[in-house]
Ligand binder design. Sequence first.
Ligand code: NAD
Length: 264
Amino acid sequence: MGELMKGKRGLIMGVANDHSIAWGIAQALHAEGAELAFTYQGEAFGRRLEPLAKSVGSDFIMPCDVEDIETVDAAFGELADRWGSIDFVVHAIGFSDRNELRGLYADTTRKNFTHTMVISCFSFTEVAKRAAALMPDGGAMITLTYGGSTRVMPNYNVMGVAKAGLEASVRYLAADYGPRNIRINAISAGPVRTLAGAGISGAREMYNYQQRNSPMRRNVTIDDVGGSAVYLLSHLSKGVTGEIHFVDSGYHITSMPVLDELKA
Ligand code: NAD
């Protein structure tokens, strides 16, 4: 247990269960002394979150569905009432109709395109605006993205387009809030077996492929992502903003599959 986050308070959005990337981040922040609040989407997730939150010393959990802006306002209202100010936010939220996370991107419907964009991209901007209002002395926020934003991954489809928009939002928000010493960054995680990850057709093949072909020959864990999140949310990264930080065992630097016959 360290003290990198001692005296810091923040909000974690996106814990669905103990496999969630947000949960790996919450545990890492707690281990460094942070005080945590959580939001959940719907009662079933709330029931699952309660004991998890308790295990990291938090009884501060609030419902929030980012499709319903009133619930976002209510959650930030509760944060303001109870804590007054916050130091960090973790946005680990994404959704698209799984029927469109397969086949051709060209077949994406207007309805699902809009829905995916609002939840997986624009919600970060709406959250950042409300969080910044509670950061009078500066702060840090992160969101979660994936390499399908800049390179085509089979079946990732409209989520890739949403993540490209999300990454651009990170840069624009970093420019907006930099003068107030509020830093905005993203972690681009390699594939992790989660509820959301399982919605992508061929997720298992993608997972195995990246394991075989990453420089480190392994997939990342939610603990790996948690460590980088602590860096991006603590003073250790006080000069860093607008970055897309890869936690993917180096997969994004490769240009072709590992071929045993080419190895010396
Ligand atoms: P997860 O299923 O554990 O978490 C996704 C979360 O999004 C859930 O808690 C869910 O409740 C929340 N969510 C969805 N719609 C919402 C809404 N309308 N309002 C509020 N919350 C909503 O899966 P995860 O993989 O931990 O996903 C977290 C983030 O990480 C997502 O942005 C995802 O795209 C990103 N990511 C995942 C991977 C991966 O391989 N799993 C890789 C890179 C990035």
